[in-house]
Design a protein around this ligand. Sequence first.
Ligand SMILES: *Cc1c(COP(=O)(O)O)cnc(C)c1O
Length: 413
Amino acid sequence: MNHFNWRKGVLHAEGVPLTAIADAVGTPTYVYSSATLTRHFRVVSEAFGDTPHLICYSVKANSTLAILRLFSGLGGGFDIVSGGELARVRQAGGDAGKTVFAGVGKTQEEMEAALAAGILLFNVESAEELEALDAVGRRLGRRAPFALRVNPDVDARTHRYISTGLKTSKFGVPFEEAVALYARAKKMKGVRAAGLDCHIGSQLTQASPMRDALTKVAGLYRELKAQKHPLAYLDVGGGLGITYADETPPSPEEYARTVLAATKDTGAQLILEPGRALVGNAGVLLTRVLYRKKTPEKQFVVVDAGMNDLIRPALYEAHHGLQPLVKRRGKAVEVDVVGPVCESTDVLAKARPLVLPQPGELYAFMSAGAYGMSMASNYNSRPRPAEVMVDGEAWRVVRERERIEDLWRGERA
Ligand SMILES: *Cc1c(COP(=O)(O)O)cnc(C)c1O
């Protein structure tokens, strides 16, 4: 559920007509609904009821400070994948003590910063990384709390670019090597085993791969506990999918039932790392139509947002709903909605039936809150979009549109 609704033929975010935001701030602009963000956080948390759990919002889905601040205010922790994300969490007032750090390529500098900040858990992805973390811990005179991210070799049945739990994936430690690595870690002075972790992929729309993976991982957790490793946390990763078009992902309740059934009797405190499920349907990208162009083959609509603003269609063949901000009547024609970027993959919506858009008309790419702005770039020397947070009848710019001078910040000709 989200708080983007039609009122008198105009698309609103909560109580604010999106046309008002587009007129004041320009386009392209990302708009987020704080009521939707809050609701998603609460629904996921409430689904886990009394079971001890910590929601560590996956920062890479959308790392905008205002969003981090909102989740932090709801008691959330964070799942980070770089030192830059740690700095963002702290800048937003987030709690390092509720932050977990994943990623196959953490540098020793990033590990040092995270250990000094007092993060909850390093999710370690290889034996060599564990040795590096041990060295960092010894250097700082501390034991770095770690969980091994194990690879359960389960097919997440999602797009191959966002599947991470197969044997052929670069992520995690092979399941069979985990026991030996925990045994080795016991002799290290700079680390201490605190948990076990897995994350099998993103935009998961079925419960069965989660169940299969977590059943394996929970079994390993019990085995490690029996071997007297002092584990306290079972990090089940993120990946819960959302509806972009006609997908029917598990509801938060079904997701929680699946996780709880697979991990029961472990006695572990659960760590959840939802990203997309919290922010995806809480954001839209506003864009304005520039031109139409008819070729013998196709009807194109050129808009002012491009793949540098929203790369998911080009990168993942992803679908985003497209809505006019002011409802129109008429016969639908099939159009390709394309951006200004000089790449053939800069197609934001393919073969979409739309009442032929007019130049100057405003549209919203829906479900753009996750992996939208956080993946935006300056490709084609395009300033990145502005971002707006709506709260009831009020709204504010939470990130200014980049200015042209920002494009060469730090450069020397
Ligand atoms: C990306 C990522 C997540 C979040 O994935 P979503 O599909 O956005 O929920 C969680 N954990 C790790 C380790 C990740 O890399």
